[in-house]
Design a protein around this ligand. Structure first.
Ligand SMILES: Cc1cc2nc3c(=O)[nH]c(=O)nc-3n(C[C@H](O)[C@H](O)[C@H](O)COP(=O)(O)O)c2cc1C
Length: 365
């Protein structure tokens, strides 16, 4: 364990875990946005948490990632952390999920920690400031500046994926309104040229508009409408993980037919009975579970998809990466890239650098 990991586990985490997770999340966003504004602080964090080994950049769908580890959707919905994350060894982040209209999200609390389960109950309900605010922010930020500054490999950059969901409000709850909502965000982002790839989030379990588009009949209506919009960036689908393989396959057939380039496998776990200590969970369903309870379900679906479809889809593995070994399991299952969120909260930001080092060892064997 590095000195920074010891600091996190012995001092920072015990303090942070006494504070409500909704508040800790807000603190992290505020501090991360502040630190990212100053070159000297970015350098300091890069010194402490940056990966400084041999080149591990990876090119996927024509995009070269500085490292193959991304921050998952949901931690930074409005793009406040784009400047600090490259210093923490991330090769990119998935901003969002954003929606066509600003969204207040569900009633708080948005997050509940299940410490013994290494999981968070997520009930945010897609709180975000909307696509227009994101485009304005990223334009003002001049994201290109940071890309020149951080990567070690001249071809690689800090990649910005943008996750698009349907606005979580009654007005968008019919199928047609839902499709129009996705289409509006997708069109605006493409016209603005913002984002390196797009993730269509069809699997958010804690919005009152529901997971409508995991129904194959409805996904078959959504995808052609989206994909006929002129676009030059890869489009990925964020997949649910609580599905039997035959149901999951139906979604893959549609993804294939509609020229979707990749899959993010996958979203949170809706089954509280999958917890190691289910007695710690809320008595009623209050959003999906992140972290450890996602790991096996996601690995299994990645493995089967790779076996069935070979190299047809890019696969981004997400769910339950709490150690460098978990990350290696995701790659071994067939992931091209991985995403981490809960692992960073439970194990500290040093986890990302440790994953990069382990990944380097695995590819240089
Ligand atoms: C705090 C939090 C917020 C999330 N919000 C979103 C979201 O807005 N969109 C999305 O596609 N997934 C969201 N997720 C799911 C994550 O992107 C990820 O798929 C899931 O947490 C599994 O990864 P992990 O085990 O590394 O956390 C969220 C997860 C967490 C913990």
């Amino acid at each position: 364990m590095s000195a920074m990991d010891t600091l996190y586990h012995r001092i920072l985490k015990p303090v942070l875990f006494k504070i409500h997770p909704d508040t800790v999340h807000e603190i992290f966003i505020t501090i991360g946005a502040f630190v990212g504004r100053f070159w000297i602080l970015r350098r300091l964090f890069n010194f402490l948490y940056g990966y400084h080994g041999a080149d591990i950049s990876k090119t996927v769908d024509g995009i070269t990632y500085h490292t193959p580890v991304l921050l998952s959707a949901g931690f930074d919905p409005d793009g406040h952390l784009t400047q600090i994350l490259p210093s923490l060894s991330f090769g990119g982040e998935e901003i969002g999920s954003i929606t066509a209209h600003p969204c207040e999200g569900n009633a708080k609390p948005h997050f509940t920690r299940l410490i013994r389960n290494k999981s968070i109950v997520v009930y945010k309900g897609l709180r975000n400031k909307g696509v227009d605010a994101l485009i304005k922010k990223l334009r003002e930020r001049g994201v290109t500046l940071l890309r020149k500054e951080t990567p070690r490999s001249p071809r690689s950059k800090f990649v910005l994926g943008i996750s698009i969901a349907r606005t979580n409000e009654k007005a968008a709850s019919t199928v047609e309104a839902g499709i129009n909502d996705y289409v509006e965000s997708f069109k605006k982002l493409n016209e603005a040229g913002i984002g390196d790839y797009y993730a269509i989030n069809i699997s958010c379990p804690n919005a009152h508009t529901g997971e409508t588009f995991t129904d194959p009949k409805l996904l078959a209506q959504l995808l052609p409408r989206l994909m006929k919009i002129p676009h030059t960036k890869p489009v990925y689908l964020k997949m649910p993980i609580n599905m039997q393989w035959d149901q999951f396959s139906e979604l893959l057939v549609l993804a294939d037919k509609n020229d979707i380039q990749g899959l993010i496998i996958g979203n949170v776990n809706k089954k509280y009975e999958h917890l190691k200590h289910p007695e710690d969970a809320p008595k009623e369903f209050r959003g999906g579970l992140s972290g450890a309870p996602c790991k096996e379900l996601s690995n299994e679906l990645i493995r089967k998809t790779r076996t069935e479809y070979g190299a047809r889809f890019t696969i981004i593995g997400s769910g339950g990466i709490m150690t460098p070994e978990d990350a290696m399991e995701k790659f071994a299952a067939g992931a091209d890239l991985i995403q981490v969120l809960s692992g960073m909260i439970f194990e500290g930001p040093g986890l990302i650098k440790a994953i990069c080092e382990k990944y380097h060892d695995s590819i240089s064997l």
